[in-house]
Design a protein around this ligand. Structure first.
Ligand SMILES: NC(=O)c1ccc[n+]([C@@H]2O[C@H](COP(=O)([O-])OP(=O)(O)OC[C@H]3O[C@@H](n4cnc5c(N)ncnc54)[C@H](OP(=O)(O)O)[C@@H]3O)[C@@H](O)[C@H]2O)c1
Length: 257
């Protein structure tokens, strides 16, 4: 199978690195095209010509920015047919807009930077899969196989769910990084402990807490009960967060959907 990636930015590179890491290229060929010549690729066919990729490949993953998607589809359309499977990774665009330009088999896969290659972990992060009606069972299976080699896949069947899951899995790494960054910066203002040290403490605590929540050891309520004693500082913090955070989260969601 020939697989092409059009657009070698954050997501094109992420998918490429995972394909290499999972040895997809042992039995298949990978082709890449990007507007400008990308760095850091060896032994892979590289081009600036999207049409060439469309001609050569059975699966074409378009990873350009969302406003550029329709132009790329228009450009490669003369070389597409119903046997070629298009995947795009663009958040915020539904099939009804895409189908005005291209009505062949197309799927949306929203990957996550959480799926970056990490030593000793096979699957990281979640890829959301959303197929247009004309994508057959076999193609759905092939796409699921590719992405489940390096991430956990979740299927959705409507655009609203896709948007909500995109917030949860694809935007979230940035939100988490910013929140831990804020916390460490503010904490460091009160002591000689520097931001990096606070970051280390936070990452380990968050990871360990998530491990507990992900196992059957303790649920959310049990953790809270075990940590917070009446009138203690955790309870003070919980009371404060309970008052302030729901409206912040609600506003955030409303900004994004
Ligand atoms: N970043 C994330 O965490 C994330 C997660 C899920 C989904 N997404 C979605 O994935 C898409 C890509 O995001 P990204 O963060 O990877 O963006 P990005 O880093 O800006 O990458 C876009 C790439 O597309 C290339 N490009 C632009 N026009 C092109 C064209 N006509 N033909 C070929 N290549 C072209 C750009 O090349 P040049 O640099 O040479 O201009 C760039 O390398 C977006 O639609 C985004 O919504 C992103």
């Amino acid at each position: 199978m020939n697989l092409g990636i059009i657009g070698f930015g954050n997501i094109g590179k992420l998918i490429y690195e995972n394909l290499i890491n999972t040895e997809f290229n042992k039995n298949n060929k990978i082709f890449i095209s990007n507007k400008n010549n990308p760095k850091g690729i060896t032994n892979t066919y590289l081009s600036k010509n999207n049409t060439e990729i469309a001609k050569k490949c059975d699966i074409i993953i378009i990873c350009v920015k969302t406003p550029q998607l329709l132009d790329v589809l228009k450009e490669i359309k003369p070389n597409l047919n119903k046997n070629k499977q298009i995947i795009h990774t663009c958040a915020g665009i539904d099939f009804k807009d895409i189908n005005k330009i291209y009505d062949g088999p197309i799927s949306c896969v929203i990957p996550s930077i959480a799926s970056s290659v990490v030593k000793n972990r096979k699957q990281n992060g979640i890829s959301i899969l959303y197929h247009c009606r004309n994508v057959d069972k076999n193609s759905r299976k092939i796409i699921e196989n590719i992405f489940s080699k390096f991430s956990y896949v979740k299927n959705v069947d409507n655009f609203k769910d896709l948007k909500l899951m995109t917030i949860t899995t694809s935007c979230m790494p940035a939100f988490i990084a910013q929140l831990t960054g804020f916390l460490s910066k503010e904490l460091s203002k009160y002591s000689n402990i520097n931001i990096e040290e606070f970051n280390e403490l936070l990452y380990e605590t968050i990871q360990s807490t998530i491990n507990i929540l992900n196992s059957d050891t303790l649920n959310e309520k049990e953790i809270i009960e075990k940590v917070a004693t009446k009138k203690g500082i955790t309870q003070k913090g919980l009371n404060y967060l309970k008052n302030e955070v729901p409206s912040v989260i609600n506003n955030l969601i409303n900004k994004l959907i």
